[in-house]
Write a protein of this length. Sequence first.
Length: 275
Amino acid sequence: MRDFVGAARRLAFNSLSAAIDRRWNVAPLGSAPRATKEEYLRLFEATRRVSFPEIDRLETETGFAVDRDWLDELALHTQITIKTNALAYPHGRVLYSLLRRQLADSPRPFTTVVETGTARGFSAICMAKALADAGACGHVVTLDVLPHHHRFYWNCIDDHDGRKSRAELLRPWQPLADRIIFLQGDSLFQLPRVGVNRIHFAFIDAQHTRKNVLAEHRCVSGVQREGDMVVFDDVTPGSFDGVVEAVAEIERQGRYEVRRLNASRQRTYAWGIRR
């Protein structure tokens, strides 16, 4: 009887999860290009010129900085979108710098990186590049409600070539994409089922609510050990107060040494190192 109840629960869970995933498979970001190529290029030129002195200092501290021309090219295709708030992609620099420092300080046979909130794949590719540039064996497991192989418009400059899947969007970076496992699903459903024994480095960037951030962090922290790291995006008071509250609560729990980096008025990041 117990086995039957367990099987029934798993079936119901899988059915609910599949139903949630399906709603994101058809035109989740729009049914046509949102702007001209020229508009995307104009936004890109304006965005790439913004300086972030605090991130410059972080790169000096860690001793690692991502190649900026490489980062800008990736961002043009995956971060320049039509949106109401200011565009920026310094989190790519933060993730690369922190992961490279960790890999240098704690070399290991294999490194597992987990991300929630894949979007177009910018952050996952940046972390895969950190692994590759360090000559480290490892992979990135990334989760998002958006599917990897369905074709649709992404609200990016590539939309003018027609609908693409994320796999096609990232084809210019294929050697790095080969290091990434792309999973579709709501993080609250799928993260507990990833099935890794340890997460050395994590980036939490899915739904920006206190509940979701704490739930995702519980999953991650359960398979982290001393020296492992978790990074949080958008820890910005007034914009994402739920994330701010969640990170403060994680810090109060005392299991992670938490640092914050205020890159600008609209961009604050935090990371915790497991004690």
